[in-house]
Design a protein around this ligand. Structure first.
Ligand code: NAD
Length: 481
């Protein structure tokens, strides 16, 4: 592990105008390395570099299959280096090594998918009678700014970068302050596959400084953001001032409705993945379970047994897939989650298991289940972003839907039942961009993902995401004779 990591601007590794930031290993609480910290001038240099690439046509004039092949090759590069990337990701983020490997493989999959999609972005011809020939084309916006969160730094960058490059945009990536290191491999990948200098710029900087300079830069043409609601509002405001589009993915308070006829054995697996994967720091985490009255008590028992089955320890000590959980990203995020659990107890909920910090160095929180939660409680409304599952009760289908829809968010939702009519009816009524039936996280890179309500707007993943990065041009030709 090197001591000092730099920013990557216009094909060169550079220091930051704002100095350096310490990167902490949340698995030990110790300093891991320093990273260059960009200021507004660095951001400007990166945007200008990306703009030069765009104006030169070096990316946008290529035949799409050529861009697609480069994008696919970036994915292969990540796979070839997955052990190195995963190790650094675990050290900076806290997740188990086996989860970090899944994340790097998931990142590579985005490059495979969007590399394949590059040559599918086709226009159409619109009939205007015999005197005209009219057609549409899709052109890249130009400079795509991507502001990345710390929970999945590798996968989130891959998600936007792959689609943006496949459609011919040059990119400036602002990595998260807490987990900037693992993004370095995207720069190596861009070089390895022969992308022009300046096509991919990667810099770490503080949100209110570099992040704000990037989202407000007048030569940024499109913005992608994943993170919290208040930051999303600041970014959307900056985008509006420059009249550029943005995609916002702002988290959620997603609920699984579990009916009395659900397969409860299978649901234990959904508990394990839905709320304890990445220590619950997942925007689409299953942070609420709405259980039918008749199965509520046995379901809570099952949740407790899943939570207790997990061994919590530093991610580096978890190379193999298994019933384990790592540290949260920082002591600050861990304390915030622990405080929310205590506040829920204060409002009358019952902490059935977990809720305490581990008495070892590092940002560890026990896997937690809270029952007796009612829809009005803060814990039922606000995103914890930690390994904390809230359980609510319902008596009939209408009440279940009302509770599920009763937050300002709407990212994903789930319904667990053997009755297909009940499931499809719920899917129609749930206000969420994605509904899982009988398996939390069903789907993949191919399935569009994004929010209703305060969970944001625009869609990532799937073919839908391609349209974030292109604008339509219509060409109407008057024919003679
Ligand atoms: P955040 O939204 O403040 O940070 C996310 C990214 O935005 C970081 O790269 C940050 O540097 C940048 N940023 C911050 N302020 C900015 C600004 N004014 N302009 C431009 N960029 C800016 O999130 P956080 O403070 O790291 O975490 C707080 C909470 O956000 C979490 O507890 C969680 O609830 C939520 N969160 C959600 C997701 C998600 O995937 N939806 C990811 C991370 C955090």
């Amino acid at each position: 592990m090197k001591d000092y990591w730099q920013n990557y601007i216009d094909g060169a590794w550079v220091d930051g105008g704002a100095g350096r930031i310490d990167v902490i290993n949340p698995g030990t609480g110790e300093k891991l390395a320093e990273h260059a910290l960009a200021d507004a001038a660095d951001v400007d240099r990166a945007v200008q570099a990306a703009r030069r690439v765009h104006m030169s046509g070096a990316l946008s004039d290529l035949r799409p299959v050529e861009r697609g092949r480069m994008v696919q090759a970036m994915g292969r590069y990540l796979l070839e280096h997955k052990d190195e990337v995963a190790e650094v990701l675990t050290l900076e983020q806290g997740k188990p090594l086996w989860e970090a490997l899944i994340e790097v493989e998931g990142a590579a999959r985005y490059f495979e998918y969007y590399g394949n999609q590059a040559e599918t972005v086709e226009g159409r011809s619109i009939p205007l009678g015999k005197d005209y020939f009219d057609f549409t084309t899709y052109e890249p916006f130009g400079v795509s700014a991507q502001i990345i969160p710390w929970n999945y730094p590798v996968e989130m960058t891959a998600r936007s970068l792959s689609a943006a490059l496949a459609t011919g945009n040059a990119c400036v990536i602002k990595t998260p302050e807490l987990t900037p290191l693992s993004n370095e491999w995207f720069a190596h990948a861009a070089e390895a596959v022969g992308l022009p200098k300046g096509a991919v710029n990667i810099l770490c900087g503080l949100g209110h400084e570099a992040g704000s300079a990037l989202s407000g830069h007048p030569q940024v043409n499109q913005i992608v953001f994943t993170g919290s609601v208040p930051t999303g509002i600041a970014i959307a405001t900056a985008a509006a001032q420059n009249v550029v589009p943005c995609v916002l993915e702002l988290g959620g308070k997603s609920a699984a409705i579990v009916h009395s006829d659900a397969d409860l054995d299978a649901f234990e697996n959904d508990i394990r993945w839905g709320i304890y994967f990445n220590a619950g720091q997942v925007c689409s985490a299953m942070s609420r379970v709405i259980a039918h009255d008749s199965i509520h008590d046995q379901l809570v028992e099952r949740m407790v047994s899943v939570a207790k089955s997990l061994t919590v320890l530093p991610g580096t000590e978890q190379p193999e897939f298994g019933p384990t959980m790592g540290a949260m990203v920082s002591e600050g995020q861990r304390d915030r989650a622990a405080d929310m659990v205590s506040a829920a107890e204060g409002q009358g909920a019952r902490v059935v298991t977990g809720g305490r910090k581990l008495n070892i160095p590092g940002a560890f929180l026990e896997p937690t289940v809270i029952s007796g939660v009612t829809p009005d409680m803060t814990i039922a409304q606000d995103e914890v972003f930690g390994p904390v599952l809230s359980v609510l009760k319902f008596r009939d289908d209408a009440e279940a839907i009302e509770i599920a829809n009763g937050t300002p968010y709407g990212l994903v939702s789930g319904v667990f039942t053997r009755d297909i009519d009940r499931a499809t009816s719920a899917a129609r009524q749930l206000r969420a961009g994605q509904v899982f039936v009988n398996e939390w996280y069903a789907g993949g890179v191919e399935t569009p993902f994004g929010g209703y309500g305060k969970s944001g707007y625009g869609r990532e993943k799937g073919r839908e995401a391609l349209w974030n990065y292109v604008q339509t041009k219509n060409v109407a030709i008057r024919l003679k004779g």
